[in-house]
Design a binder for this molecule. Structure first.
Ligand SMILES: *[C@@H]1O[C@H](CO)[C@@H](O)[C@H](O)[C@H]1NC(C)=O
Ligand SMILES: *[C@@H]1O[C@H](CO)[C@@H](O)[C@H](O)[C@H]1NC(C)=O
Length: 846
């Protein structure tokens, strides 16, 4: 098995303004602590210096203390570790859990062979001992309490850095950062968390958390032999539905180990995961400000957390409460009566049995955003891609479902296949995954999403193709006849070419471009007479259609509205501009067409349409971070080309998500140059009375004063970057406060150092944290209020590749908001709206 690591969540929660003040105080406290203990406290014991009942070890930085303690209401003495700086002295680890010393004559010592021993000095009985690794070959062993709370036995000669024994290998009920929950595959050591029996009894209780390493590993919480909760495969504790901060959850699955752990980089953050006596697993962060533990997440907490609530093939959705359970599509309750009574445990059965013989027509239906089913018997294969996974699952009749093994594995590979009935699927708000469930063709057909024809369905396929071929022939015959008729009628006037020469010569730019001119009939035929079925969307200047030329090339046709006021001007503009621009991140103009009233632009067809559908659309699967990042880089390159690298300096003036088209590999291409302007000579900005652009993307100086420059595009680009990261529109990003748009929201999160909260929830925290933070910072630099503060695209491209620490700190962003609401279609460009409502716009953000 190749190895996988998931970093599920990382954030900082320190408020910048408060750091100096607080650290100052802490330094004072720390120095007094150190001073107090510098006489008495040590952090090691040796064979000649054991620890008596009334003594305490304190780790060198004062974070943890180790000594004898008595739980309230008893006289029993236990050796434990607690937070030295936290007044409540919460015990994080206990040595002799079940074997207390019953008087205060206990002693903790380390024997010459490295064995830790707790003895009762009065009775000289050994109550607890822990033998170190005999192969470690210790020389004069010492036991030391480390700064992370680990109590270790090592060689006194400095050793070779390894420990003969360590407390972190034997967790009690608390997982500290750096500790692991899981199994060491080489030694077989299984690290679990077991709750105290009761508040006064640290001996192991019935509740415990452990990793099930079978199939696709996940954490289970048990009450004796009953499963209380499961994390879902490859999902860390606290990652699901939590709003944890200041730490990340790490999951490792490789040849050596399967382990969950917390990683805390900021030493001031005190984080712990505890299985408590009520049978809950919880994550808590210590607040230095309020001096209390904040429980940031716990489980089981939701109605769907009980394992198998909805039975096999049932899906639990807490939002549907009280009718929690639904059968997966293609399944029906196995016992309708019980189901109606809300006893869902019997689960669901298939409405149509799978064929799974030769001639099978089974396929898969995607169930998005779920906690994957119990996977202890699932088969994991990290070398298969999702497509290969699908093919493999389809071939094996016992395969009921598949999923990608790991949402963030580096090469995108990894496959889990279920070979039994699917149990315990639930909808989750964060860290949900896509599950592909096998269905028979009939049940699939009534489904919404992905259908798949197996290779075995050739006869049907061939029959369908034959039929299509016949239809196509009939269709083409009709089309050609029509074209032929039209040609005959129009042969006299080479309409388009005349028009072009005239228009462009008049424009003063010459006609030194080499652009094919198509005739209207050809375009008509290609778009099936501009049929509604072929309509891709409606832009500011008219509808866009998909078409196929007779040679099979797919095209997108923009048909400028006849009523469009600026039509001709923009048309000319766009044609001249794009014809001369060549960049892989700009959409390519293939040709144009002008006949009488009609003005058409013919572009290469982008199979994935525009970015806004992916960011804001509900239908499409969300983009992963790598794709988003590539899109940001691509747009940057395209804009860099427009601004600096092409023959002209071009301001696009209408950068927005719907003007970014995506090709089949999800490469972004900037489109729609209808409003673009060329900067002449040494012009840096242009002042215009007519403000055009799209609300939400317009820089304040442009919206208010009509001044646009390269920096206005940079502003729109910044908004776009924030939208790509958050998956939210700049406008309407906060339903609670319409005044608060995405830019200001991003800014407030940023200054509170909560930048990662901006990230689209559908990414489930599977992001490259550094890249994300860097992009947010660049986005914010681009939307700064003063144009002169905003970077040029030539700097932006460098910034995206550089270290976040080297970037300047962004200043207050500027943005325009409407004082009173105005109903406008988002996609409509805002000429008149802004010109006439000049006074209704105001600057916000001070
Ligand atoms: C266990 O944790 C839960 C959730 O944080 C809490 O409500 C409960 O009171 C805790 N039980 C004990 C005994 O501390
Ligand atoms: C189907 O998959 C299961 C689980 O991996 C395996 O045991 C079984 O042999 C496979 N069957 C076939 C026909 O490949």
């Amino acid at each position: 098995m190749s190895w996988r690591v998931v970093v599920l969540h990382a954030c900082r929660n320190m408020q910048p303004s408060k750091i100096p003040y607080r650290s100052f105080f802490r330094i004072i406290i720390l120095s007094t602590t150190l001073f107090t203990f510098s006489i008495a406290a040590r952090d090691t014991i040796t064979p000649t210096q054991p620890l008596a009942d009334n003594e305490t070890l304190v780790s060198s930085d004062g974070s943890f203390a180790l000594g004898f303690f008595t739980p309230s209401a008893t006289a029993s003495r236990y050796v434990g570790i607690w937070y030295n700086k936290i007044p409540s002295r919460d015990i994080v680890w206990v040595a002799n859990r079940g074997n207390p010393v019953i008087d205060s004559a206990g002693q903790l010592s380390v024997a010459a062979n490295g064995t830790l021993i707790i003895t009762d000095q009065k009775s000289t009985a050994v109550v607890w001992s822990a033998a170190g690794d005999p192969t470690a070959g210790l020389v004069s062993p010492v036991a030391q309490l480390l700064d992370n709370g680990n109590f270790v036995v090592k060689g006194g000669d400095g050793g070779n850095g390894s420990y003969a024994w360590q407390g972190f290998d034997h967790p009690t009920d608390t997982l500290l950062p750096g500790m692991k929950l899981g199994v060491d595959r080489t030694t077989g050591l299984n690290r679990t968390l077991t709750a105290w029996k009761s508040k006064n009894d640290p001996s192991p209780g019935e509740f415990y958390a452990a990793v099930d390493i079978r199939g696709d590993p996940e954490v289970y919480l048990w009450a004796g032999s009953n499963k209380q909760w499961r994390s879902g495969p490859s999902v860390g504790i606290g990652a699901s539905g939590s709003a944890d901060r200041g730490f990340s959850v790490r999951f490792v699955d490789n040849d050596q180990e399967v382990a969950y752990s917390q990683v805390v980089t900021d030493k001031s953050i005190v984080s712990r995961v505890v299985v408590n006596q009520s049978g809950l697993i919880q994550h808590a962060l210590w607040s230095w400000e309020t001096s209390q533990w904040n429980i940031s997440w716990y489980a089981p907490s939701g109605k769907c957390d009980a394992v198998g609530e909805c039975g096999t093939y049932g899906v639990c959705n807490a939002n549907d409460s009280p009718a929690l359970c639904q059968c997966l599509q293609g399944f029906v309750p196995s016992n309708q009566r019980e189901w109606d009574l809300r006893n869902w445990g019997d689960g669901c059965v298939r409405s149509t049995n799978l064929t799974c013989t030769n001639g099978t027509t089974d396929g898969f239906m995607v169930v998005p955003g779920v906690k994957l089913p119990v996977s202890s018997n699932a088969v994991v294969n990290m070398s298969l891609s999702l497509d290969e996974c699908e093919a493999k699952c389809l071939k094996n009749c016992s395969c009921t479902a598949y999923a990608s093994a790991n949402i963030s594995s580096a090469d995108g590979k990894g496959c889990v296949m279920w070979v039994e009935e699917l149990l315990d699927i639930s909808k989750v708000s964060t860290s949900g995954r896509n599950l592909y469930v096998r269905l028979s063709a009939g049940d699939l057909a009534s489904g919404k999403r992905k259908t798949l024809w197996s290779r075995a369905s050739w006869p049907l396929f061939v029959a369908t193709c034959d039929l299509l071929l016949v239809l196509l022939t009939i269709y083409l015959t009709c089309v050609f006849r029509r074209i032929w008729n039209r040609r005959r009628r129009r042969r006299a006037t080479p309409y388009a070419i005349n028009f072009f020469n005239e228009q462009f010569d008049e424009g003063g730019t010459g006609n030194d471009f080499d652009l094919p001119i198509l005739d209207f009939a050809t375009v008509e035929a290609a778009t099936d007479y501009f049929s509604t079925a072929n309509k891709l969307g409606e832009g500011g200047y008219g509808p866009v259609y998909k078409g196929v030329l007779s040679d099979g090339q797919e095209i997108a046709v923009k048909r400028l509205a006849k009523t469009s006021l600026q039509g001709t001007e923009e048309f000319k503009n766009e044609v001249i501009l794009i014809a001369k621009l060549q960049n892989r991140n700009l959409v390519r103009l293939l040709g144009c067409c002008i006949e009488r009233e009609e003005r058409l632009l013919i572009y290469e067809y982008m199979i994935n349409k525009s970015l806004d559908a992916f960011l804001f659309g509900k239908e499409v699967p969300p983009l992963d971070w790598q794709t988003r990042y590539r899109i940001i880089l691509g747009i940057t390159r395209g804009l860099l080309y427009l601004h600096h690298d092409s023959r002209f300096r071009i301001i696009h003036r209408d950068m927005k998500a719907s003007n970014i088209l995506l090709d089949k590999d999800m490469n972004p291409k900037i489109s729609d140059f209808g409003m673009a302007r060329i900067l002449g000579g040494d012009e840096t900005n242009i002042n215009t009375k007519k403000v055009v652009g799209t609300y939400g993307y317009m820089s304040p100086e442009y919206a208010l004063d009509g001044i646009f420059s390269l920096k206005s595009d940079v502003y729109s680009f910044g908004v776009l970057v924030l939208e790509i990261i958050s998956g939210k529109k700049n406008r309407g990003s906060s339903p609670f406060s319409p005044q608060l748009n995405l830019v200001s929201h991003a800014w407030s999160l940023w200054i509170e150092r909560k930048g990662l909260e901006l990230v689209d929830e559908s990414l489930n925290y599977t992001v490259a944290v550094k890249e994300v933070l860097n992009c947010i910072k660049v986005g914010l630099l681009c939307v700064q209020e003063r144009p002169e503060d905003r970077p040029l695209m030539s700097s932006v491209i460098l910034m995206l590749g550089s270290d976040i620490a080297t970037l300047p700190e962004p200043k207050q962003p500027g943005f325009v908001t409407r004082v009173f609401p105005l109903q406008v279609d988002e996609n409509v460009n805002m000429h008149e709206v802004y010109a006439s409502n000049h006074l209704s716009a105001s600057l916000v953000g001070r």
